[in-house]
Ligand binder design. Structure first.
Ligand code: ADP
Ligand code: MG
Length: 242
């Protein structure tokens, strides 16, 4: 079980070349909750995630974990000390490492020193029989599960996921979303998942953060947002849900 944490961003703003890409964004993700940062391509989702991960720096605003500032107001905790797990669209597995070694990558001592933890994770993502396989021999869905196990291995208290299903076969996605959600809930982390697909957010989120032009324009439970969109643009965005 991960140490439960609460993620909070306050008035987060990022400006590139004079253009405000993330505009005064404030939100909170509680421990054990899946929040979906949802919005069309280019609205500032990945930039928001990168600042929280610590690989980019906001121009103003703060990022807090359990009420303590980790970035902003003169403080900057380095990425590797933020207790954050990351998962991206392309999975970014190490091609020269076996499944077990990929999963153990973030663990001190590697797969050998962490036999039990690696076995537990592989069991959780149903990859035990692929323990010694290499990524190229796996299907897209299997690679996705290796990336998930690798991100969860150090028991992060916060998980950031950037479009983690978009590289997968459409027909498999809902099944993989449901499985991933169950594993995330079991891990207990505060999850911030970025997606441009309303259907995905409806299916996975406890809370939707609807983003447009860098701003959080609406937040709430999926059902509430779907039934009472804040404006015409939000309604149109949800209207093509499949
Ligand atoms: P999303 O993930 O919602 O598709 P991004 O956060 O990737 O959106 O990008 C938001 C906007 O910021 C886009 O217009 C993008 O071109 C711009 N942008 C992102 N990163 C940079 C950067 N490093 N330099 C300049 N512009 C950037
Ligand atoms: Mg993006």
């Amino acid at each position: 079980m991960a140490a439960a944490s609460r993620l909070e961003v306050r008035n987060l703003t990022r400006i590139f070349d004079g253009k405000t890409v993330v505009d005064d964004a404030s939100f909170e993700v509680r421990a054990g909750e899946v929040a979906c940062l949802l919005g069309p391509s280019g609205c500032g989702k990945s930039t928001t995630l990168r600042m929280i991960a610590g690989v980019d720096m906001q121009d103003s605003g703060q990022i807090l974990v359990d009420g303590s500032v980790i970035c902003g107001a003169g403080t900057r905790v380095p990425p590797e000390r933020r207790g954050i797990g990351l998962m991206f669209q392309d999975f970014a597995l190490f091609p020269h490492l076996s499944v077990a070694d990929n999963v153990a990558f973030g663990l001190k001592g590697g797969a050998r020193a962490n036999r039990n933890r690696v076995a537990e994770l592989l069991d959780q993502v149903h990859l035990t029989r692929h323990r010694d396989s290499y990524p190229h021999a796996l299907s897209g869905g299997e690679q996705q599960r290796v990336a998930l196990a690798r991100a969860l291995a150090p028991r992060p208290s916060i998980m950031l996921m950037d479009e983690p299903f978009s590289g997968l076969d459409e027909r498999l996605r809902d099944g993989i979303r449901d499985e991933t959600l169950a594993i995330l809930k079991d891990a207990g982390a505060a999850v911030l998942l970025v997606t441009h697909e309303p259907h995905e957010a409806m299916r996975m989120a406890d809370q939707i953060l609807l983003m447009r032009d860098g701003r959080i324009v609406q937040r709430g439970a999926p059902y509430n947002i779907y039934n009472a969109p804040v404006d015409r643009a939000a309604a149109a965005f949800f209207s093509d849900i499949n």
